[in-house]
Ligand binder design. Structure first.
Ligand code: SF4
Ligand code: SF4
Length: 228
């Protein structure tokens, strides 16, 4: 084929746009009945569409619906580390961390918001979260009437872990397959307290006290002759 001389130039005057119709096609009626017959046959064909919203689709656990925060024993698992906000490509997540000395978890998000107008359901937040605190739910029924309503706050994002069981089970299996080993994900609400860290070392001191002690030790002049 020569590129200089294209076989068919649709812009040229003598380009043939219509094919020659047969005698029956020229009569039109046979073609119309053929079309009606085809439509009639489709009425009895199996349907693959759903009458949404009356009929709802139940997505499989691999489905990535709207991201939600996992509520564990009435509390968010999130420790407001900010990794998900950092990983989120369209910068849809914002939060502010706070601390609660009485709570063994200590850190929690004072506010946590996801702008659902920005979210692209990529699942990166779920991938990076070290606490399994944010997961992609099976909820695809997302409705809002204004930009303000599209910003989901902590109350709207929190979902009890029992309702997310399918996804959490799926993640466990998926991540285990990725790592090629059994990954012992923490079941109970995540304990990040530095107060309780010395249970293995049996020093009787919390990590904070240990660090304080370390500072004091560093500041004390060594009494041994062996020290330089
Ligand atoms: S799913 Fe993706 S876009 Fe949506 S909040 Fe998570 S990281 Fe951001
Ligand atoms: S949801 Fe996970 S990654 Fe995001 S701030 Fe909370 S703990 Fe960190």
């Amino acid at each position: 084929m020569s590129l200089d001389k294209p076989a068919a130039n649709a812009l040229s005057e003598d380009f043939k746009r219509e094919r020659k119709l047969s005698f029956l096609e020229n009569l039109y009626l046979p073609e119309i009945f053929k079309g009606l017959w085809y439509s009639f046959k489709q009425m009895f064909a199996p349907t693959f569409t759903m009458k949404y919203p009356e009929e709802k689709w139940d997505p499989p656990s691999i489905f990535r619906g709207r991201p939600v925060l996992v509520e564990d024993n009435g509390k968010e698992r999130c420790v407001a580390c900010g990794l998900c906000a950092r990983a989120c490509p369209p910068l849809a997540i914002s939060m502010q961390a706070n601390e609660d000395e009485e709570d063994p978890k200590e850190r929690y998000p004072d506010f946590f918001e996801i702008n659902m107008l920005r979210c692209i359901y990529c699942g990166y937040c779920e991938e990076v979260c070290p606490e399994e605190a944010i997961v992609m739910s099976q909820d695809y029924d997302i409705v809002f009437e204004s930009r303000e309503e599209a910003v989901y706050d902590k109350e709207r994002l929190l979902v009890p872990k029992e309702d997310l069981k399918d996804r959490l089970d799926f993640l466990r299996e998926y991540k285990n397959r990725q790592f090629g080993q059994f990954w012992d994900f923490q079941e109970e609400n995540n304990i990040h307290s530095v107060r309780d860290r010395d249970t293995d070392w049996n020093t009787g001191l919390s990590l904070v006290d240990m660090l304080e002690q370390q500072k004091k030790n560093d500041a004390t002049k060594a009494s041994s002759h062996w020290s330089v």
